[in-house]
Design a protein around this ligand. Sequence first.
Ligand code: NDP
Length: 347
Amino acid sequence: CKVLVSGANGYIAVWVVRTLLEKGYSVRGTVRSEEKAVHLRQLFSSYGDKHEVVVVEDITKEGAFDEAVKGVDAIEHTASPFHMNADDPDELIIPAVNGTVGMLKSALKYGQSVKRIVITSSGAAVLRDTTTPFTFSELNWNEQCLEILKEKGRDAPNMMKYRASKTLAEKAAWEFWNKHKASVGWDLTVLNPPYVFGPAINEATAPSGLGTSSKLFYNYVAQPNSSGATNEFLASFGTTWIDVRDLAEAHVISLEKEAAGGERIIVSAGLWKWQDFIDAANTISPPPKLATGGLPKGNPGAGTGHPSTVHFLQYDTSKAARILGLKYRTMAEMTRDTLADYEAKGW
Ligand code: NDP
């Protein structure tokens, strides 16, 4: 069984590739340049022919994935820009939407052997900012970011531009599938994860090379001054999270469960505030030896569970439990393993 993974060098995708290989699948990853294939080839060299990497330079080009989809049984489409420094919203929206629809178009034309396509969407396509606590489910769509983008364009907050790129890409995917489902041999599963944290096996020679979510974790949980954040910020900022290894597992299980076809599925381990991870870090024994000189303290106990702490965003994760039967790593385990990863890298 061969699986195509787009954006295979990304933080989440390398774990998806590893999990697939460990479970016996063959993997064809796509990256944007030969240079980005080097680390992957090295990391998975023991898998021989079962692991290949191909270059797809520009995922927005018509027919970009035409060659890559040939002969694969399933697709995990993870490639999409995830950063908060786009001036022009189209920098995020065009690759997100055209990359996703382009993958589906290529599968329609040349993916005769494809049975399932899993797309990595995001909680960003589900949630909206609220002023009272709200539990979101798969029935919710983030229209708020689209309205803000329409109104403000380039002046919209960067987070809203990112959320719009994920919402528009996911909407386009479902629209495409609804139009073509009668004539294709595959179905669609969409995963909607929240903030993703955990050890990084993608190429990162320094913390600055980490992905957007994992860099935040490093900045707030592994630096004694938490990048200058106030204790109030550390106790109040946070939403929901999942361990990158569990998200990778979810990508693989999504290929295997018949019932996942045609579903968007929120996968989330639970609530967090930065203070929670900091508290978890400070219980590790012996304490991790970090090049940053130590761990932050913040205000211990002031995060989730403190009577004055509010979580505006919660997710109903019953669909993931029912269909995927996913088990989530704990905050203690993720924090320990992430700090051990920094220590091993000499960070
Ligand atoms: P990374 O930035 O580590 O990986 C993103 C991948 O997408 C890389 O392979 C990257 O290639 C590729 N990519 C980015 N922009 C483009 C582009 N314009 N054209 C072609 N390829 C591109 O991010 P993550 O691993 O964190 O994210 C992977 C997916 O998961 C994304 O779809 C993201 O939206 C989603 N997600 C992430 C969450 C998180 O907290 N990390 C939470 C929820 C969803 P290159 O290295 O060449 O730039």
